[in-house]
Design a protein around this ligand. Structure first.
Ligand code: HEM
Length: 180
């Protein structure tokens, strides 16, 4: 092999080694900034939230209490009517897939005798406050993990407020709405 070939191969090898060392050094000194959705992560540095929300974590739950006093009960009844295959709302109504919802607002979670609640619901505890109902009707399975209510939930806060105001009226002594 001619000296020229040996020389050029040695030169090339040196180039590869230098470049390789350079890349490693670069990785060590200037970490690769990974762009994650709505935030960016620098190895060893806490994620910087860019303030926008994304589906994974999902937008924050908007409260319904400020909307109840001015809620549209007619729309609430319409929303409820679409789910009559699962619940009755009137006094003394029979359980269907789900329990009767008469007087459920302000009542204990899983309060009805004789209805076979899921273990998750039976052991969940607490009462159906306006905001607990808001959370449950937004994402039932997130609010009560293990619930057997196979309902995707209601995305629009106004629909939830109208519905909750409507089912609140389904009682002998409806609970007052918080001042808005
Ligand atoms: C208008 C929409 C709905 C409202 C306001 C609503 C409300 C509720 C509430 C408040 C409970 C708990 C009741 C209690 O603690 O006594 C419940 C449970 C339940 N609902 Fe619904 N629901 C709705 C839609 C649905 C739909 C569409 C289904 C059927 C696909 C359903 C099936 C159930 C079942 C099976 C339970 C028992 C859950 C368990 O034991 O884990 N609901 N619902």
């Amino acid at each position: 092999m001619s000296s020229f070939n040996i020389f050029s191969m040695a030169f090339l090898l040196a180039l590869v080694v230098i470049k390789g060392a350079d890349l490693i050094a670069d990785g060590l000194v200037h970490p690769i900034i990974k762009l994650e959705k709505n935030s960016y992560v620098v190895p060893g540095v806490a994620a910087q939230d860019t303030g926008k929300s994304d589906e994974a974590s999902g937008p924050t739950l908007e409260p319904v209490e400020p909307l109840l006093a001015a809620a549209n009960l007619e729309n609430g009844q319409k929303v409820a009517k679409k789910r009559l295959q699962c619940h009755t709302f009137e006094k003394g109504g029979k359980a269907k897939t789900g329990p009767n919802l008469w007087d459920v607002v302000g009542n204990a979670v899983a309060h009805l005798e004789g209805y076979a609640y899921s273990k998750a619901m039976r052991t969940h505890g607490g009462t159906w406050t306006y905001e607990k109902l808001n959370e449950y009707l937004y994402k039932p399975r997130k609010s009560v993990p293990g619930t057997k209510m196979s309902f995707a939930g209601l995305k629009k806060v106004q629909d939830r407020a109208d519905l909750i105001a409507y089912i609140a009226s389904m009682s002998d002594s409806p609970k007052p709405f918080p001042a808005s």
